[in-house]
Design a binder for this molecule. Structure first.
Ligand code: HEM
Length: 168
């Protein structure tokens, strides 16, 4: 593996690993931990648990956002020459980046203590659902642009099969 390939690999790995940790962690909190805590512990214990989890989780959120931005822009910079003139690729990826920024905004508003976002924290369950749903769309768009660039366009496929036919 040459140096450039090692860097590309590391950036892709870190990007996908960050998505797994942050989105996976949010799914676990929204659909396993919070509902279980709601039915099994008293309110004051619940508040203590939420505060203790929040203290630790906010470091994952801050590190995750930093990694998403570094690795995401690196991946995009690398992808630009490969997709020159492909307006649809940039439209899908642009939409994905905007939605990803929205996901990161929700995650940091929920993890932070700013008074401005207290209303969001008071409706944590709703905002966690919105975060998970938007993150799913972000992952779908990322996977779609990836699949699309790995699958040859129909005209290319036709040219390949025509060449193969003319050889026989
Ligand atoms: C919520 C945040 C994000 C999530 C969950 C996410 C998720 C993903 C995933 C799962 C992939 C891999 C797709 C595949 O290989 O099949 C990917 C690729 C990519 N992401 Fe993100 N991402 C996020 C944020 C960002 C940001 C902020 C940027 C840009 C600034 C970005 C740019 C890219 C690029 C350029 C690719 C490669 C697309 C290609 O294969 O052509 N991502 N992302």
């Amino acid at each position: 593996m040459d140096e450039m390939m090692a860097l590309d690999f590391s950036m892709r790995f870190l990007h996908i690993a960050t998505a797994i940790c942050l989105v996976g962690g949010s799914v676990f909190v929204a659909y396993v931990l919070a509902p279980a805590a709601n039915i099994s512990i008293e309110q004051d214990q619940h508040d203590k648990l939420r505060a203790a989890i929040g203290q630790r989780w906010k470091w994952f959120v801050h590190l995750g956002i930093t990694l998403f931005l570094i690795t995401g822009f690196y991946n995009y910079y690398q992808a630009i020459p490969r997709h020159k003139g492909d307006g649809l690729y940039h439209a899908f990826l642009g939409t994905k980046i905007l939605l990803a920024l929205f996901v990161m905004f929700i995650a940091s508003a929920l993890a932070g203590r700013s008074k401005a976002f207290e209303a969001m924290r008071n409706r944590r369950g709703l905002w966690l659902n919105i975060l998970v749903l938007t993150a799913a769309v972000v992952i779908a768009l990322s996977s779609y642009v990836r699949t699309r660039s790995l699958t040859p366009a129909p005209t290319q496929q036709a040219t390949v099969s025509e060449t193969e036919v003319s050889k026989t």
